[in-house]
Design a protein around this ligand. Structure first.
Ligand code: PRX
Length: 651
């Protein structure tokens, strides 16, 4: 069963099976394979009834819903006619039901400062900040951009928006001023919430300064609220800029949650697609809230007394669903950490796990690869015996990394939940249910109850066992996206046009003979760098906006830590290739998009290989970037334009 020998290079050959530990199953919400099968089947037989019951039981309703699902493909409305509030479900509900003294947030700043907030504390702070926003005229339906470090105030800002019915758009604090401005303008944001600076590896990153640059190009933004995190000097525009602490000092701690329509937008989160412009994925209130809660409870098997730590930043969907809305709805105690995993040293995460007795730990494969590289000593110097479950998200985890996680972090006693999902799905779609499903390293295992995946070929026909194909979802689910902000056509085109009647996820997958799913990568030009989505075209557009660049092609190449690194091929207008220019182009992409999009490799070439119809031969460039195709002294990229003609039909 447990095979520690033999080199496993390819997930396709993986056959090891790890049953759930007996003591875990005994106490689990879904304790056996049979219990999972029954639950999944009941949900599959009548998904609407299944979600109707959960909707009634799990959320607080100011007004009950009258219809569970209104489905006019591709538009879903869940829990129609009902009124609820996601902040109420996350905070007030616990306080009103006598759980106000329970710890909601254990926070650790990068320099080592710590804070603990109970659910009652959280309620008070959320109410004060909600009133502060109201005092600036921010209310129902207004869009608010949030560009903050991982502090409790980031969660408080999100919840306060939900409380008053404002729509938050969290922008990861690594994005550039250009990227912030683009998102502010697309959403028509009325306000931006930020901090003076954020701590990162001991340095203060000047967030307010970046926002100031963005606001020059963001005409809709009237207010900027600034948290004093680092005590950095900042520029100030009177009338527009407000200190967080000054606003909340004046604000009342009472602020009733606004009853919101089930389908009122809760947030927009921008993610990369296969065209240059980021997509503002729209999620709404009741369905998203329910799905985040239930998926959290099923997958992490949360119970009272757990200390749960999801290492994701709230700038990504994982931070939305599994730092804020899922765990808080479930009344969990969540650890939040502000900084880098290797500050002040490479054992920081394990030090945190030991000191706070973390029981449920959720991170990304890219982080696991870094831990492996840093060496076992950093792990072994800490007592990790509090851990009872481990999770991963963001990209596939290769079996070697899975085994290391299992042995070195989990001491062979913690189930690993490899969770497949997307910004668009709102919550985890496939994962082992940890008390019920035996795991296979590298597989995201099985669909959650109420989720009906189907793998199809390009004609939309279901493929057979072990055949790769497009991953689709056959029935609407409450957590699904409701659209792309301001772009209905793109919503229909990207997700609903190629396979009629089914949601097209954009990933390839296969299902094995045991019904386990294996994700096989994207079907489009989207890169996955350290678990984050980047569009090749976005990077190319950034490069071409540099005055010396004539044309650019971006591809992914395998990278030991990041999974994929960005490699670009550039043709120049007049300038001569040089290391200085290479560096300048890297900085240019950083400025246009953010550090996460900075290319690792830049190759200058006189021409890009193209098909007869003028399409860049990406597959060939990918092979070259990965070192599979030689481009040495004798072969130049131009020579490939000849090959291009021969390979026309490939592209
Ligand atoms: O390609 C899949 C990959 O990440 C994509 C979604 O990216 P994003 O919307 O940024 O959300 C990431 C966090 C949910 C998917 O289309 N992906 C995510 N999780 C996995 C994965 N690929 C393989 N295995 C996973 N567990």
């Amino acid at each position: 069963m447990v095979d520690h020998h033999g080199q496993i290079d390819n997930v396709m050959h993986e056959s090891r099976l790890f049953p759930p530990p007996a003591e875990f199953s005994q106490q689990a919400r879904i304790p056996t394979r049979e219990a999972y099968d029954q639950l999944w089947q009941r949900a599959a037989d009548d998904p609407v009834k299944f979600w109707e019951e959960l909707g009634r039981e799990e959320l607080h309703w100011f007004e009950p819903f009258t219809k569970t699902l209104e489905w006019n493909e591709p538009y879903a409305e869940w829990f129609v006619g009902g009124k609820t509030n996601a902040c109420y479900n996350c905070v007030d509900k616990h306080v009103n039901e006598g759980r106000g003294g329970r710890t909601a947030i254990i926070w650790e700043g990068e320099p080592g400062d710590q804070r603990t907030l109970t659910y009652s504390d959280l309620l008070e702070q959320v109410c004060r900040f909600a009133n502060a926003m109201k005092s600036l005229g921010i209310g129902k339906g207004d869009r608010v951009s949030i560009y903050m470090p991982m502090t409790p105030e980031l969660a408080i800002a999100m919840l306060a928006c939900a409380r008053i019915g404002a729509v938050h758009s969290v922008i990861f604090a690594g994005f550039s001023a250009e990227a912030i401005a683009e998102r502010n303008n697309d959403a028509g944001a009325k306000a931006v919430i930020t901090a003076d600076a954020a701590w990162r590896r001991g340095k203060a990153l000047p967030l307010k300064h970046t926002v100031d640059q963005a606001l020059v190009k963001s005409p809709t933004v009237e207010h900027c609220i600034v948290l004093d995190r680092v005590n950095e000097a900042v520029e100030w525009k009177h009338g527009r800029d407000h200190w967080w602490h000054e606003l909340v000092r004046e604000a009342s701690p009472e602020c009733p949650a606004e009853p919101m329509d089930s389908e009122a937008p809760l947030f927009i989160l921008y993610t990369s697609g296969s065209t240059g412009k980021p997509k503002g994925i729209k999620h709404t209130t009741a369905g998203y809230n329910l799905y985040a809660k239930k998926s959290f409870e099923w997958v992490f098997d949360h119970r009272e007394g757990d200390v749960y730590w999801c290492t994701a930043d709230c700038g990504w969907i994982t931070g939305h669903s599994y730092v804020v809305y899922g765990p808080f709805s479930a009344g969990a105690t969540c650890l939040m950490y502000e900084g880098a995993p290797n500050h002040p040293s490479e054992d920081r995460f394990w030090d945190i796990v030991e000191r706070h007795k973390v029981t449920l730990f959720y991170t990304a494969p890219t982080a696991i690869r870094a831990f492996i590289k840093w060496g076992n000593d950093h792990v072994q110097m800490h007592d990790l015996s509090s851990l009872r479950l481990l999770g991963t998200v963001g990209e596939g985890i290769n079996p070697q990394a899975w085994m290391w996680y299992h042995e070195m972090i989990g001491d062979e006693k913690c189930p690993i939940v490899d969770t497949w999902w997307q910004t668009e799905t709102g919550g985890i779609m496939m994962s082992p249910l940890p008390g019920a499903i035996a795991t296979k390293p590298g597989s995201c295992c099985v669909p959650l109850p109420g989720i009906l995946p189907v793998i199809v070929d390009e004609d939309g026909d279901e493929v057979g066992v072990d055949k790769g194909g497009w991953l689709t979802i056959a029935h609407p689910w409450p957590g699904m996206l409701r659209g792309i902000w301001g772009d209905e056509d793109r919503y229909q085109e990207v997700y609903w046009s190629k396979v009629p009647g089914k949601y097209l996820a954009g990933d390839n997958a296969r299902r094995d003979g045991d019904g386990y799913y294996w994700i096989m990568g994207r079907i489009d030009d989207v890169l996955n760098v350290s678990g984050h989505r980047l569009s090749t075209i976005e990077i190319e557009s950034a490069l071409v906006s540099h005055p010396e660049v004539a044309e650019a092609a971006a591809v992914g190449r395998p990278h030991e830590l990041k999974g994929e690194a960005v490699a670009v091929f550039v043709t120049l207008k007049n300038a001569k290739p040089s290391d200085e220019l290479r560096e300048a182009l890297k900085q240019h992409v950083r400025k246009e998009i953010g550090a996460l999009a900075q290319p690792d490799d830049i190759r200058f070439t006189n021409a890009l290989p193209k098909t007869r119809s003028g399409k860049i031969m990406r597959r060939l460039l990918k092979d070259i970037a990965a070192g599979k195709e030689m481009v040495g002294d004798t072969t130049t990229l131009e020579d490939y334009s000849i090959i291009a003609h021969l390979r026309d039909d490939e592209e």
